[in-house]
Design a protein around this ligand. Structure first.
Ligand SMILES: [Zn+2]
Length: 440
């Protein structure tokens, strides 16, 4: 450390002269002095990789959470499309942009006029899991990691789809993982542990959500039929009385929209595009195709008495790519998500009554974008590196971005807590006149 200071002292004079010359002349002095030389000459402190990671800090108790003051929304949104990329912070967005077309490429989120920053901690931890974060988005309340639709004392929290159902809106949930996964489950179930998938699937089927699309057939079948249910129930058979069950992409295309019953689309045994089940893939839809279906179906409900619609789309596997520390997997999943965001923004820019929100629940993997050689800032190559345990890459505590377009988008700017997203969505809708459910 001492060495760094004495080195810097020597060179501060050169930098000070450069600044006092100002502008171009100053820049020229710095250039001749040699930025690369400067970087190369700074001695690297002694120590191991483990030392680098050993900054354990106990954080202050902290202050109580205060809800962000919102701007009253005059022109209300008729519909909301919320897209959550699980595990996506700015490094995932930037990596995808760079890999897709270089630094001047523009991807779907770059088209949004409004953006902000979302803080993600849970009730009991600085680093959130998807269940707690999704509960913050779906109920406006912090909860413990692992819990869905319950507060830290296990009390049931009314979620966004339940609230807006009472005011005449219709809801859809879309996921690229099994649909019992934390993010969609927080909009249609209340349970202390996200791993209780037998109960979650039952509650989701009992909910008022009219369209649920994703993977997860095995979570509807008992173990003796090759499924993952430990309660022995064949839920796929049971829901046939209440739901139209879709299992192939082609059934989305041939669906008769005048069918006003509940729909559950389970297009894979577990997650979509699972590398273990390539035989499933040809019949699996993309996120964009599922969103397109949900929008078309919701418009049909709007024409038949509903006041508006809500669709939540989760890009679930961006998170899994971070856990796996796999940049190519990340690129594929970001592409699928990016296309769904484009579908949403295309619809909203034609429709002009739809609020589109894009955000994430947390960052996964500690993704960095560095020069390929740490001391060389001139090469065209960059190195993408995940900086959490390999193959076990954890979530991190960095904030995530939020992007918004359409009526009510004015509240999605500045710094928000994840619970504020819920309140900004409520503020965007017309929840004055209590019309009752539009679904009966
Ligand atoms: Zn995760």
């Amino acid at each position: 450390m001492k060495k760094i200071f004495s080195y810097l002292k020597k060179n501060i004079l050169v930098i000070a002269i450069s600044f006092s010359l100002g502008g171009f002349a100053g820049y020229k002095v710095l250039e001749s002095f040699g930025i690369a030389f400067l970087i190369n000459s700074i001695p690297i402190p002694e120590g191991s990789i483990a030392d680098k990671d050993a900054f354990l800090k106990t954080l202050p108790e902290g202050k109580p959470l205060v809800q962000k003051e919102l701007i009253p929304v005059e022109k209300k949104a008729k519909n909301i499309i919320l897209l959550i990329s699980d595990g996506m912070s700015l490094s995932q967005v930037s990596s995808y942009r760079l890999m897709k077309g270089g630094p001047n490429e523009r991807i779907s989120v770059d088209k949004f006029p409004i953006s902000g920053i979302v803080l993600t901690h849970s009730e009991d931890a600085i680093v959130t899991d998807s269940a707690s974060s999704a509960t913050a988005y779906s109920t406006g309340k912090k909860t413990n990691n692992g819990a869905l639709g319950l507060d830290a004392d296990n009390k049931i929290l009314e979620n966004f789809t339940e609230i807006i159902n009472r005011y005449g809106y219709v809801s859809s949930l879309i996921s690229t993982s099994e649909i019992t996964h934390a993010t969609p489950a927080a909009y249609a179930s209340h349970i202390d542990l996200r791993w209780k998938t037998d109960e979650i699937s039952l509650q989701m089927m009992d909910s008022d959500v009219m369209t649920i699309l994703g993977g997860g057939r095995h979570f509807f079948l008992p173990e003796d039929m090759g499924g993952k249910r430990s309660d022995g129930l064949n839920l796929l058979e049971k829901v046939k009385s209440s739901h139209t069950v879709l299992t192939k992409k082609s059934e989305l295309e041939s669906f008769n929209y005048s069918d006003k019953g509940k729909v559950v689309g389970l297009f894979a045994d577990e997650a979509l595009r699972d590398i273990e089940t390539p035989e499933n893939h040809s019949s699996e839809p993309t996120s964009s195709e599922m969103l397109d279906f949900a929008i078309n179906r919701s418009e049909h409900f709007n024409k038949n008495g509903c006041k508006g619609f809500f669709v939540m789309v989760e890009g679930s596997q961006v998170d899994w790519a971070g856990h796996a520390n796999d940049i190519n997997y990340l690129k594929r999943e970001m592409k699928d998500f990016d296309e769904a965001v484009n579908t949403a923004i295309d619809y909203a820019s034609n429709n002009q009554e739809t609020l589109v929100i894009v955000t994430a629940d947390h960052e996964t993997g500690g993704l960095l974008i560095e020069p390929a050689t740490p001391t060389d800032y001139t090469a065209p190559e960059v190195k993408f590196s995940f900086n959490t345990g390999i193959g076990y890459g954890s979530h991190t505590g960095v904030p995530v971005p939020v992007y918004a377009y359409g009526p009510g988008s004015e509240n999605f700017t500045g710094t928000l807590d994840n619970t504020d997203i819920f309140f900004a969505m409520i503020e965007a809708l017309d929840l004055e006149s209590n019309t009752g459910s539009c679904l009966n």
